[in-house]
Design a protein around this ligand. Structure first.
Ligand code: GN1
Ligand code: MG
Length: 347
């Protein structure tokens, strides 16, 4: 729990008057986020969680550099709100605090009201990756070492194999085994790119006006592969928490549409093929399932839970989703055919 007095004092370091209104903003499993409002200011104040990020200044620094790059190109992106002393973030004993101008009039792309706007979110993310193609990758420090390293997450989960098998039961454990077989050794491989690292729908804000969509949460920008961002986005578009009961055909048609919108702004590189990208949503869902399950078995130290068992439920849901996505991968590869695809992209 973050004490009200501490929050107030922090808000004042970012220029808020003592009378400013403070309200918590939900969402996210890791950082703590608040909105701070007063007559002439409106900001989003956030603590980067040091229990997750070994050095919470690293995501702040990476994010600030990427946002400066995007702003210089005139892209719609979050605006950092510096502290009164000019600092872009404040190091405190409980983590790093930073602020952004609050984006009023926008809502997260996973909001029920936006359920049919996933292609706008996809285009925003594809455009972002295109804009990051000339970002100096070597200046980024990994905020979370081995973050999207599927083999590493598999090995960590495997340490709990006996308990995991018992906890998941024959069906869930069977899903896990089947995915290991279906997805092969390195389904997220590809040439290096600067990627966002957390491309779920909720990290795209859609406007109520004609303005462009805005991608947020640059804590995990890193050198990775297109498959990682592409796969994470499509697995979130497919996520069961969106509350859709869809047939597989409808789901795959929607994923095909979202996937084409994501890829349209990008020039695919050698090694980035449709067949491989089509397996990435399953791979990302499977990796996330193992991250949730490992955390459940280790006592919920990473992903925040409101009640015990929540990470188990999240893990089970991602596991079932991963199976569905792996089954649909060949069809998704077909659906990803997009105008302008080069023959070598046919994978
Ligand atoms: C975490 O905290 P949040 O919700 O932005 C996680 C992502 C997961 C996501 C699942 C740094 O993101 O990798 O996909 O939960 N971020 C980190 O909802 O681990
Ligand atoms: Mg995040």
């Amino acid at each position: 729990m973050i004490a009200a007095a501490q929050l107030k004092a922090l808000a004042q370091r970012f220029g808020a008057p003592p009378s400013a209104q403070l309200s918590p903003l939900g969402g996210g499993h890791i950082n703590a986020t608040y909105r701070v409002r007063w007559p002439t200011g409106d900001l989003l104040l956030q603590r980067v969680n040091p229990a997750v990020f070994p050095d919470p200044e690293v995501p702040c620094r990476n994010g600030a550099a990427v946002l400066a790059h995007l702003a210089a190109k005139g892209a719609a992106c979050p605006r950092i709100w510096p502290a009164k002393d000019g600092a872009l973030w404040c190091r405190e004993p409980d983590g790093c605090w930073r602020a952004f101008a609050f984006l009023a009039g926008y809502a997260q792309a996973d909001a029920p009201a936006h359920r049919d706007r996933f292609c706008e979110a996809a285009t925003a993310l594809g455009t972002l990756l295109a804009l990051l193609e000339d970002f100096p990758a070597a200046t980024l420090t990994p905020a979370l070492p081995r973050f999207h390293d599927l083999a590493w997450h598999r090995a960590r989960f495997a340490e709990h194999a006996l308990r995991a098998e018992k906890t998941l039961g024959p069906e869930g454990w069977g899903f896990h085994q089947a995915l290991a077989e279906a997805l092969g050794n390195n389904p997220l491989a590809g040439p290096d790119r600067v990627i966002h690292g957390d491309t779920k729908l909720a990290n795209v804000l859609l406007p109520s006006s004609e303005d462009p969509a805005v991608v947020v949460d640059f804590d995990t920008v890193m050198v990775g592969t297109l498959a990682m961002d592409f796969g994470d986005f499509l697995r979130s578009v497919a996520a069961p928490e969106t509350g859709r009961a869809e047939t597989s055909a409808t789901l795959l048609a929607r994923l095909g549409e979202a996937g084409r919108a994501f890829l349209a702004p990008l020039a695919l590189r050698e090694g980035e093929t449709r067949a491989q990208l089509a397996r990435a949503p399953a791979a990302m869902a499977w990796m996330l399932a193992q991250r949730f399950l490992t955390d459940h078995l280790e006592g919920d130290r990473y992903f925040r839970v409101a009640t015990p068992g929540e990470n188990l439920a999240r893990g089970r849901a991602q596991l079932a989703l991963a199976v569905r996505l792996a089954e649909g991968a060949p069809e998704l590869a077909e659906a990803l055919a997009f105008p302008g695809a080069k023959p070598q992209d046919a994978g």
